[in-house]
Design a protein around this ligand. Structure first.
Ligand SMILES: Cc1cc2nc3c(=O)[nH]c(=O)nc-3n(C[C@H](O)[C@H](O)[C@H](O)COP(=O)(O)O)c2cc1C
Length: 191
């Protein structure tokens, strides 16, 4: 861990988006597990991000690996299918993209959804709305760095932004929570 400014800068500069994760070493398949307390520590650190008026409008959701994750995957791929169909993509192109998305979701050891709570805003002006989204993004950045601090890899994934309503419904989220992004977190197997 960094003990001086040079090391800290080096730590900050060596974070990379990680999109492939190690399998469970005991079976050679599945995913190498991450202790719950490590994820809790990452989220606690992300909660220290700066925010406009210190309103901390971000909300993190870790879908349970079975039902919640399946419902999330279905919601995201249904939106992807609809968007690609509207854009005139061929059936084979759509199925290829859907398969890649499903595989990335299934292979992610932990998924953390990042939402912006619309009720945590000072005023309905465009500027306040933008600052609230900027604050949420700041928490996402700190989350990536906190994962890096644990020696974990992570990547920011924008898909829920394209499927806000479906994601909210899939995970039974409050109506004021707007999904902004999700993070795949795990032990890096490469980028
Ligand atoms: C707002 C935002 C959205 C992103 N969306 C995706 C995404 O959907 N899929 C993905 O693989 N990476 C996504 N990324 C990661 C970027 O591709 C990545 O940060 C960039 O290429 C720089 O690489 P680095 O993170 O390794 O420095 C996103 C990053 C940000 C900040």
């Amino acid at each position: 861990m960094p003990t001086n400014a040079d090391e800290l800068h080096n730590f900050l500069r060596t974070r990379r988006s990680i999109r492939r994760f190690q399998p469970d070493p005991s079976t050679g398949s599945g995913q190498r597990p991450i202790a719950d307390e490590v994820i809790a520590r990452i989220l606690e650190t992300a909660n220290h991000a700066p925010s406009a008026h210190n309103l901390q409008p971000w909300r993190f959701v870790v879908p349970p690996t079975s039902v919640g994750r399946t419902r999330l995957a279905q919601a995201l791929t249904a939106s992807l299918r609809a968007d690609m169909t509207r854009a005139g993509a061929s059936e084979s192109e759509i199925e290829k993209r859907v398969a890649v998305s499903l595989r990335r979701i299934a292979d992610a050891p932990v998924i953390i959804l990042l939402c912006r709570d619309r009720s945590a805003v000072r005023a309905e002006t465009p500027e306040e709305q933008i600052m609230s989204i900027q604050s949420t993004a700041a928490a996402g950045t700190v989350l990536l760095l906190a994962a890096h601090a644990e020696g974990l890899g992570a990547s920011w994934v924008c898909w829920p932004l394209y499927a806000q309503e479906a994601t909210r419904a899939a995970l039974d989220l409050p109506e004021t929570w707007d999904p902004q992004a999700m993070f795949f977190v795990g032990w890096a197997a490469g980028s």
